[in-house]
Design a binder for this molecule. Structure first.
Ligand SMILES: Cc1ncc(COP(=O)(O)O)c(C=O)c1O
Length: 398
């Protein structure tokens, strides 16, 4: 029996192959610091559980395919606070940002249509585009230029008659890059001139540091007909397992067609929408503390990284990731060696090699991604372990 070419073209999680090494390290009694996980360790706000506990329904029935009116209203009210006015038909509630992305790409991609994505990018974008039959066209960025990508000429060189959209994460995973208003204008202008969609994945929206304001493509009125936003409770409210997200757009045709896909999977989880609506209702001051915490962690990681000779990285302005170039030829080999051979005081560390975040063969081989979702002291120790391991690795080789 045969499986589809589309599904065979999708790579399994690039991180999976390292599990056996972390398991072996743990079995050998070593403590492993995990810098590879995008799961925040911040407590989910209590309003989520309270709303569900107080709900009182006796049957968990299907809800409307587009989302419950309470949930949709809560999302709209949240956007209104940031000066973005979305009508009730401009919002569809999804099973996480993941489903929102899948729906959008299925709606705009025919076989061999192209989506431009700055690389390195969130690896699951590869799965969404490939399973739709489309093609990723990577816009390559480098650690040396801080992974910035809003370069008009470089983007226009990639546009062909098959280009359907520009997909970006802002603030970025895995780079932490945040677009400036000028850079957003550049991307908006290109999208208008070449008549393509801007798919803006803003699931890390509030994680912008150094007192800078958060921004959204939804705030640029003149491109509203081609802007599609991806939203989620996962990172913003530390509620990854709730599986609640949203797609927002004022493009009627697109939203009518996304609704067809939403109808085909019946509805997003009913009870989690009750909790999700409460989360969206939280006062914006909720983010102050979380933001401060992540900023402290980012600063601690950067401070420790700067103590490592030969490392290339810039302090990322947002999200909770940092991509770093290490002074090694192959970060995967280094990680495997580290998990198998290295410990300091019976402690070792796990990170994500960045090669899997690139679509271009051979790119990112010396880079890693660190997710700073541990407590500050643990983060410092984990980066210190990378430094000690690099020293030992260098000496081992020579
Ligand atoms: C950039 C980005 N987009 C979307 C998602 C999907 O999140 P969820 O489906 O949990 O909302 C993630 C999760 O890590 C992500 O990093």
């Amino acid at each position: 029996m045969k499986l589809s070419k589309r599904i065979n073209g999708i790579q399994a999680s690039p991180i999976r192959k390292f599990f056996k090494y972390t398991e072996a390290a743990k079995k050998a009694g070593k403590k492993v610091y995990f810098l590879n996980i995008g799961q925040p360790d911040i407590k989910t706000p209590e309003v989520f559980m309270e709303a569900i506990k107080n709900d009182g329904r006796e049957i968990i029935e299907y809800g409307p395919s587009a989302g419950t009116p309470v949930m949709i209203d809560a999302v709209r009210a949240y956007y209104r606070r940031y000066g973005m006015e979305y009508g009730e038909d401009d919002v569809i509630i999804t099973c996480g940002g993941s489903e929102a992305l899948r729906f959008i790409i299925d709606c705009i991609c025919d076989f061999e249509d192209e989506i431009i994505i700055p690389e390195p990018f969130y690896t699951n974008y590869g799965a969404y585009v490939k399973s739709s039959g489309g093609r990723i066209v990577p816009l390559t960025t480098t650690p040396e230029n801080g992974y910035r990508y809003a370069d008009k000429e470089a983007i226009e060189r990639l546009i062909t008659p098959r280009t359907r959209g520009f997909l970006l994460t802002n603030p970025g995973n895995p780079t932490g890059v945040v677009l400036t208003p000028e850079e957003m204008e550049v991307i908006g202008q290109i999208a208008v001139e070449h008549d393509i969609f801007i798919i803006s994945d803003e699931v890390y929206r509030e994680f912008v540091y150094d007192g800078k304001p958060m921004s959204s493509f939804g705030q640029i009125a003149r491109i509203a007909d081609r802007t599609v936003l991806v939203d989620s409770v996962s990172k913003r409210f530390s509620a990854c397992g709730a599986r609640i997200g949203a797609v927002l757009s004022k493009n009627r045709e697109l939203m009518d067609n996304i609704l067809k896909l939403a109808q085909s999977r019946l509805c997003a989880p009913t009870l989690e929408q009750v909790g999700g609506a409460a989360l969206y209702g939280l006062d914006p001051s909720y983010f102050d503390e979380t933001r401060e915490e992540y900023q402290r962690r980012r600063d601690a990681v950067c401070e420790e990284l700067l103590k490592i000779e030969g490392v290339v990285c810039m302090k990322p302005p947002g999200a909770f990731y940092i991509t770093v170039k290490l002074p090694v030829d192959n970060a995967e080999d280094f990680l495997i060696w580290l998990l198998r051979e290295f410990d300091d005081d019976n402690e070792t560390v796990m990170f994500t090699p960045a090669e899997g975040f690139y679509a271009t063969e051979g790119m990112g081989r010396s880079e890693i991604r660190i997710a700073y979702v541990l407590k500050e002291a643990d983060l410092r120790r984990a980066v210190q372990l990378i430094r000690l391991a690099l020293e030992a690795y260098k000496n081992r080789k020579s």
